[in-house]
Design a protein around this ligand. Structure first.
Ligand code: HXC
Length: 518
């Protein structure tokens, strides 16, 4: 081989690696952003990245574009490993036409998505783009549709993760929205259907980019973002951690990590963690961190609907999805946001063979017009549907309250809970004592004129009701609870239950697909 040909290849590669040129790279850095290649290097195991389609250039001739070409066009794509496991990646390159999506950018993204699907490996996309390449018109739009189609078909087959490290606007938001997890950073990261200028002209509303679609908004209000990081470095490290909890595809299990935390480790503190007064809050996260391996938990959407916790942890090295009501926030009530947050998490776990642990302390669904008008019926049904459809091993521990419809939704025995345990302070009933007495004794209460007498009567009736239902034994006597367990034994009992379920086989009736109440 003539050395000049090899030299030419080396030079072409060097040129391609410069993307839109040093000036634009400097501009990217000056905004506190990494370049597409720097991001990929940081995400993947050192030296594992193999780039593809480096010599692809755009095909547009409009507006003199034929004289303005960059090797690789506006996206860097390829494969590499995370902790030795294969992943496919694409990172939009803002230094080339603002990372805008051309026909060939779409082609490159589709190329890696197709490869990922063929071999059953996760797809990780890093978004930093001005949207559809304006000079290409409908070709750019067609490219988006090609990507969306692949996102949809890959859903539930291989995990898809999106990082938003720059602008992501217009229809472009729908590719990340179709994926399993979205990560945003504090600065430079925003997602919206229409930017502030159009908002102002159409509705008259003045709003900043961050107020409209920054990381804070999407992490707390909309629930669009699942993870939020201070900066890109932290975001990339978190995605590596997330990957350790999830499998390569729907035919495999998540990696099992050797467990050096004793499976029979007791935690005496759990015996006294829950206050005697059922109306007093406590932090459910203390229970979760206590029982998982090495207290290691990765919470998903921690700031959105914090009245329910969705997290990954491990039991004896096996990755597990944990769903838990949080009594320290809105008393752990189920509302629209909590229901849809948990429903999506249950479905992700079920799609990817991740067992589910449910920790229950729920007073019910949040009442009132606010919730009813927002469709609590349909959102609550999503969670019920997700649990009822899920075939992965499911263990439920009722920590304290479990009332009414919310008791059923939270993985009760009759809705396919495999092992259902309760702590001795659990209360399983149609509703709480005060609500029950108000309904059952309405006439009697109205008939008592004296205020003190009335209060005494109500207190007596509530105590009677509490005696009957404020314990797990009524449900246990019917076989609805498999066992009442000592709180400090929870880790061991949960691990043993999952161990016995590891060969669980359950299939749903054949159908084209279900009709989950979306
Ligand atoms: C072509 C684009 C581009 C685009 C940016 N550039 N967006 N080129 N098509 N969509 C180019 C700029 O011309 C510039 O080129 C370089 O990228 C960097 O852009 P700047 O504006 O200098 O950067 P910045 O100030 O950081 O602003 C970033 C930005 C802004 C906010 C994203 O560029 C912007 O508003 N772009 C247009 C966004 C937009 O409306 N896109 C269409 C959305 S609709 P030079 O040569 O100077 O470096 C859509 C439909 C999708 O996407 C439908 C899917 C179904």
């Amino acid at each position: 081989m003539a050395t000049d040909k090899i030299q030419n290849l080396i030079e072409l590669r060097e040129k391609a690696r410069l993307g839109g040129g040093q000036k634009r790279i400097d501009s990217q850095h000056s905004k506190g952003k990494l370049t597409a290649r720097e991001r990929i290097e940081m995400l993947l195991d050192e030296g594992s990245f193999e780039e593809m389609d480096m010599f692809v250039t755009h095909r547009c001739t409009n507006f003199g574009m034929d004289k303005d070409k960059f090797l690789g066009d506006g996206v860097v794509v390829g494969q590499g490993t995370i902790d030795g496991r294969l992943v496919f990646v694409f990172a939009q390159d803002f230094t080339v036409f603002g990372g805008s999506l051309s026909e060939t950018v779409a082609l490159k993204i589709c190329h890696v998505m197709d490869k990922a699907m063929k071999v059953g490996a996760p797809i990780i996309g890093i978004n930093d783009s001005g949207g559809a390449r304006i000079q290409e018109g409908p070709n750019a739009l067609a490219g988006y549709a090609e990507i969306f189609e692949r996102n949809i078909l890959a859903s539930g087959v291989v995990p898809q993760i999106s990082l938003i490290f720059g602008p992501c606007a217009g229809g472009a938001v729908y590719s990340p929205a179709l994926t399993d997890f979205i990560m945003m950073t504090e600065e430079n990261s925003y997602m919206f259907i229409t930017g502030p200028k159009v908002v102002k002209s159409v509705t008259g509303e003045s709003v900043s980019v961050d107020e409209l679609g920054g990381a804070a908004v999407h992490s707390t209000k909309t629930g669009v973002a699942h993870l939020r990081a201070e900066n890109e470095q932290e975001g990339l490290a978190t995605i590596r951690r997330l990957m350790s909890f999830i499998p390569q595809n729907n035919m495999e299990n998540a990696p099992v990590v050797p467990c050096n935390d004793p499976v029979d480790r007791l935690d005496d503190a759990l015996n006294t963690l829950v206050p005697d007064n059922p109306n007093k809050p406590y932090d459910m996260k203390e229970i979760i961190t206590s029982i998982v391996d090495n207290n290691d938990v990765l919470e998903i959407q921690p700031e959105f609907a914090p009245n329910i916790i969705c997290a990954f942890g491990r039991f004896n090295g096996v990755s597990t999805g944990i769903i838990a009501n949080q009594p320290s926030c809105l008393a752990g009530v189920l509302d629209c946001d909590a229901s849809r947050k948990a429903a999506r998490f249950v479905r992700f776990c079920d799609a990817f063979n991740i067992p589910i642990l449910t920790l229950v302390d729920v007073p019910g669904f949040l009442p009132g017009t606010g919730q009813e008008y927002s469709g609590i019926i349909v959102h609550g049904a999503k969670l019920m549907f997700a649990y009822g459809e899920a075939t992965v091993p499911k263990v439920t521990v009722t920590i304290r309250k479990s009332y009414g419809g919310s008791h059923i939704v939270m993985s009760c025995k009759q809705l396919r809970g495999d092992f259902n345990y309760a702590w001795p302070g659990a209360e399983i009933a149609v509703m709480g004592p005060s609500g029950a007495v108000e309904v059952l004794q309405a006439k009697a209460i109205a008939a008592i004129e004296d205020k003190e007498e009335r209060a005494k009567f109500i207190a007596e009736k509530e105590a009677e009701y509490r005696d009957k239902f404020a314990n797990p034994y009524q449900a246990a006597s019917m076989g609805y609870i498999d066992d009442v367990i000592e709180p400090r034994n929870t880790r061991f009992r949960v691990i043993r239950a999952f161990e016995s379920l590891k060969n669980k086989r359950l299939t749903n009736p054949l159908k084209k697909h279900s009709n989950i109440p979306l």
